[in-house]
Design a binder for this molecule. Sequence first.
Ligand code: GDD
Ligand code: MN
Length: 372
Amino acid sequence: MPSTPCPPPLLSVIVPTYNEADNLADLVGRVERTLSGLAWELIIVDDDSPDGTADRARTLAAADRRVRVLQRIGRRGLSSACIEGLLASSAPYLAVMDADLQHDETLLPDMLAALRSEDLDIVIGSRYVAGGGLGGWDERRRSMSRFAGNLGRRLIKADIKDPMSGFFMVRAEVFRRRVRRLSGVGFKILLDLFASGEPPLRFRELPYEFRVRQAGASKLDNAVLWEYLLMLIQKLLGPLIPLRFIAFSLIGGVGVGVHLLVLWLLFKGLGVSFLVGQAVATLVAMTSNFFLNNILTYRDMRLRGRALIWGWLSFVLACSVGALANVGIATYLFQAESYWVLSAIAGILVGAVWNYAVTAIYTWKRPKAGAA
Ligand code: GDD
Ligand code: MN
């Protein structure tokens, strides 16, 4: 005789975690109180936090089957964690909320009610509509959030007051329709959702007051800002351009600045010959590009120790060939009577693609499956 099935969840709350062990018990207790009477579940997506968050989460899950744990090994990322948690749910309504209690969980029932009763795709917890607030944020963090928000608003062309919010509830079918176009990098999953498809999402913002973090520390650092910039550029250029190539090209642009600066110092400042100045500037720019790429573009597979020296060597070699190809092609086109700017750009493009492709294979090799 088949047993009576357990009723399926109506609402899944996805909670990404990294080092949030001390917040989990409080979080689950609060969600349970707020959502009592509803068929809910809570999916904790942890990126193998060193503080044992996943084990703590499993202990809570062992006491209540509505709590589930998804532990990812060898990967990091707030957005990608949310996406995987969202995909692990079968509920028709999906919420994303932080683990550190900064998002006000008592807003969840209102969000659900709005989504169920109105013609909406998504409801956003907002700090910037009347009744909402930023809690204890200092002026620096406030203005950073405003600046990032303005950039984001421009990209998605929707008048969301709080586009940087990481607290929202969406219809499952709306999320699944867009999931393949998400870039999945960085912190800004909400912005990613809005920027990933047509027609525009029908949304409403509900106010809440951002709370002060009690336990643990924020993970928002400079790398997160950098990833935000990359995501914005990728959304503008289209999903076919790899994110790493965008990062690589931006750093290449910085390299041009470094090159000119070094050349100017040596040639104009110290009176070194142009040839020597140019050679030294090239090497310095390549080296700074290598380190910047190692820190930013390949953050997840950063070379260290001895591998760093070999990496640098292969990078310089690859980029030297790239520079030859650049000059060769530009000169050829120029001699074939192309406009000089177009010739130069074609050379730079070929050089950049070459450098990117070759260093991706030889400098930052992907570890073979199982080898790491
Ligand atoms: N799985 C996983 N992987 N979770 C992560 C990662 C990661 O790499 N990085 C951060 N988290 C989790 C944290 O554990 C926390 O639950 C949540 O994501 C937010 O991280 P915080 O470090 O607390 O971010 P914040 O408070 O600075 O940023 C908040 O404000 C932004 C608005 O300005 C977050 O609410 C963002 O979602 C929000 O967009
Ligand atoms: Mn936080």
